[in-house]
Design a protein. Sequence first.
Length: 241
Amino acid sequence: MLAEHKCKVLSIKNYIDNGKTIYKVIKLEKPEGFNYEAGQFAMLAHPELKNKEAPENPLWRPFSMASSPLQDFLEFCILIKPTGGLTQFLEEHLKESDCLLVKGPFGTYRLDEAFNKVVFIATGSGITPFMSMLRTLFLKGTDKKLQLFYGFRNANQFLYREELEGYAKQHSNFEFYCAASDDPEWPGFKGYVNPLLSEHAMKGSDVHYYICGSPVARESITKHLLTLGVSEENIHIERWV
């Protein structure tokens, strides 16, 4: 059984839109010996929020890690859902220097080192596992050809903007395309990512496509890639809700 760790909150960054917190990026102390691979997830809980069906236990929920295994902290990007669960509790109560409970790692969603041409496609907080992968690749140094297509609602919900735009400037083997689906003032591409994929995505039997986002987005993007002639075996999907 994996150990349960109590981790101090180092920092919290809120992405606010229309007066509401949409996402929280939470950085935690990394427990000694907590080893994981980029793309995996962990279970999080707050010591004070109990499972209603088993009140002696905390309410655990899964979240992908945005941090790289090479970094000395854990980072999670969390979509706030006003449904009375863990994310709403964190929005209402969590502050720096508090502690969260962490168990893990879990999951098999990883980047195959043998793939030399990779297209990452994310919407919303689906960017999270790809931040872990990209951070790891750039910290190690890589000559892989990489593209990221990222869709978000508006500029207020553009996660990791400064970091991603910085990567695009610093690394000639990384191309970054983004789309705002509901932002009249957005100066770049307006709409969903599929048209950008048609125009800019690498093509070929040696290109692999990693997808993470909402179920609707995953289905739409997958269907679109298939119409572009991409083989199903070259499409790798992280299936979270």
